[in-house]
Design a protein around this ligand. Structure first.
Ligand code: C5P
Length: 308
């Protein structure tokens, strides 16, 4: 039996989707995906300390409301472990948030991933990475990727992962417009647009092979050319402030810009940090966005920072 700990600190990265192909819905209400995730160096850090009860505190560097009730993914992760292992152990959880809230960057999923990894060690469960990923997939399609990190191809509902070979680093400007988008609402709008246009989603979406070549060869121009999100039109139609951000980023010289996941964060591919800062200044001065972050990919998945 692995040793239980008194306190464990784990961080897990936010993600962007370099491509997101969406197919038909399955019988559990999930859409078939073919997506390329990239983890970026913006993190959710969860500290878990032994306690009699389960509790949660959040300290956020980003604007927005975080639910602190049982819908919170970190609390759901803890409850899932307690149910699965028939435990009565408690934990005082503290989350330090850096990933934009409800922004399409998997912040809630990173909370769940970091919490599972932290409590596995705190409570001495010894689940191992495969066991953790399987439990994670029950909390959300993006949770296993927050554990794995780096760059990966996601199939099925997104939780079936294969690491993608990459060469070099990529610099992203993450432009965060005001307002949030609900992931289920964006998927529903995607359906309406597809059905209304007489082009129902394909059964098996695919990833553009050229994107995988761009990643393995470190080819920035080719990567820019292959960034694609099937949910983008749906996100644009639900959030009127979004399309102007993508257009303005490109006018300001970005290699490419696209909505990340279900949005509304816009991922802007740039040459370097200096270009990111100049585009951010343009977007902020035109009042198109609420905040901007500069990030690098790929970043490692959930990692233990401290334990005692
Ligand atoms: O997996 P997650 O809980 O983040 O998904 C939130 C919602 O987004 C799902 O309940 C579903 O409505 C939608 N979704 C989907 N297909 C996916 C992933 C998410 O329809 N592959």
């Amino acid at each position: 039996m692995p040793t239980a700990r008194r306190r464990v600190v784990v961080r897990a990265p936010g993600k962007i989707n370099l491509s997101l192909g969406v197919g038909a819905v399955d019988d559990r209400g999930y859409h078939a995906l073919a997506t390329v995730f990239q983890a970026v160096d913006i993190y959710e850090t969860v500290s878990a300390t032994r306690a009699d009860e389960l509790s949660l505190e959040v300290h956020s560097e980003v604007p927005g409301e975080i639910p602190l009730d049982e819908s919170n993914l970190a609390l759901r992760a803890a409850e899932l472990l307690r149910t699965e292992f028939d435990l009565r152990d408690g934990a005082a959880l503290h989350i330090h948030k850096q990933v934009p809230i409800a922004g399409g960057m998997g912040g809630g999923s990173a909370d769940a991933a970091a919490t599972l990894v932290a409590l596995d060690r705190l409570w001495g469960l010894g689940l191992g990475s495969e066991g953790l990923r399987q439990l994670g997939s029950r909390l959300g399609a993006d949770v296993p990727f927050a554990m794995l990190g780096h760059t990966a191809l996601g199939r099925g509902n997104g939780a079936d992962l294969t690491t993608v070979l990459t060469h070099g680093e990529w610099t992203w400007l993450l432009a965060v417009p005001g307002g949030h988008l609900s992931t289920p609402a964006v998927f529903r709008r995607f359906e309406e647009i597809a059905t209304g246009g007489g082009r129902p989603p394909v059964t098996h979406p695919t990833v553009d092979e050229r994107q995988l070549q761009a990643l393995s060869g470190g080819n920035l121009e080719l990567l820019a050319d292959t960034l694609h999100n099937d949910l983008q039109a749906a996100a644009f139609s639900l959030h009127p402030g979004l399309e102007p951000v993508v257009e303005a980023a490109e006018q300001h010289g970005a290699l490419a810009a696209l909505v990340s996941g279900s949005g509304p964060t816009v991922a802007v591919l740039v040459e370097d940090e200096a270009q990111a800062r100049s585009i951010a200044a343009g977007l902020m001065s035109e009042s198109l966005v609420e905040s901007c972050l500069v990030a690098r990919g790929s970043a490692a998945g959930a990692s233990v920072l401290e334990e005692e």
